[in-house]
Design a protein around this ligand. Structure first.
Ligand code: MG
Ligand code: MG
Length: 252
């Protein structure tokens, strides 16, 4: 069952999106070599709670952090820790969920720490482009397969591998709602998009091969080959005209 949202409900999610993007901005400002992911987690928690919202991930199935912080070869679901110190040349995916007035929004960004090598810059650029290509497909009448295929086309053209075990999702009163949103096709298949759907689209793109491994903490997902992975996510509402990105950091 896909829960469509009324325009009033989408308006609440828009407010949550502003809290989320403001939080990501604060995290980006705090990102420098030597910062720990636990420090980033504290900044995010203060930002979200200070705005009268709650961090969606805290306590979700027992998750201990307010955000997921996933450096380098960590794909998703990294647990913030005082022992994880970011260094110059690292990358880190910061995944933030905000629960505001009964509705969740979900967005992630992979940031460079200090200066990264050109190959890593390319991975970040292509993964962000794959998300934008997917968002371009978000309009009534298109299908979920078109969205996933757009990610796949961009990532594969650059020679990267797409993570298949973890996917995007509907988002709203629950953090994870139907439908699942894989980052691959085929196009022209699966559910037809229609106004009121709210989708968290989140490509996870690996520099090496697609394989994944879950660490002993039962959360942290890493690349099987130890190469880097990037992750970008937006919450997108399908509108009669096309779409609205509810988690844009720089409104356009
Ligand atoms: Mg997320
Ligand atoms: Mg998500």
């Amino acid at each position: 069952m896909i829960y469509k949202k009324s325009s009033e409900e989408i308006a609440l999610m828009r407010k949550g999106g502003v809290i989320l993007t403001d939080t990501l901005r604060r995290l980006e400002a705090a990102l420098h070599p030597g910062v720990s992911t636990a420090e980033l987690d504290a900044i995010a928690e203060e930002s979200i709670e200070g705005a009268g919202a709650r961090p969606s991930f805290k306590g979700y199935r027992g998750f201990p952090g307010s955000i997921c912080s996933s450096p380098n070869e960590v794909i998703v679901h990294g647990i913030p820790s005082p022992d994880v110190i970011l260094e110059d040349g690292d990358i880190v995916s910061l995944d933030v969920g905000v629960l505001f007035d009964g509705f969740h929004v979900d967005s992630a960004w992979t940031f460079p720490v200090g200066s990264v090598d050109p190959q890593t810059s390319e991975l970040l650029k292509v993964t962000e482009q794959s998300l934008e290509a997917a968002i371009t497909q978000c309009r009534p009448g298109n299908r979920l397969g078109d969205v996933g295929f757009a990610v796949e086309e961009v990532a594969k053209a650059a020679g990267y591998a797409i993570v298949r075990e973890y996917v995007g999702h509907g988002v709203g009163r629950a953090l994870h709602e139907e439908p699942q949103i894989p980052n691959y096709g085929p196009p022209g298949r699966r559910e037809v998009l229609s106004p009121g759907m709210t989708l968290a689209i989140e490509p996870m793109v690996n520099a090496g091969s697609a394989g994944t491994v879950v660490l002993d903490d039962n959360w942290t997902v890493v690349t099987a080959d130890g190469k880097r992975s990037a992750h970008f996510e937006h919450t997108v509402a399908i509108t009669p005209e096309g779409h609205e990105v509810l988690t844009r950091r720089d409104p356009i």
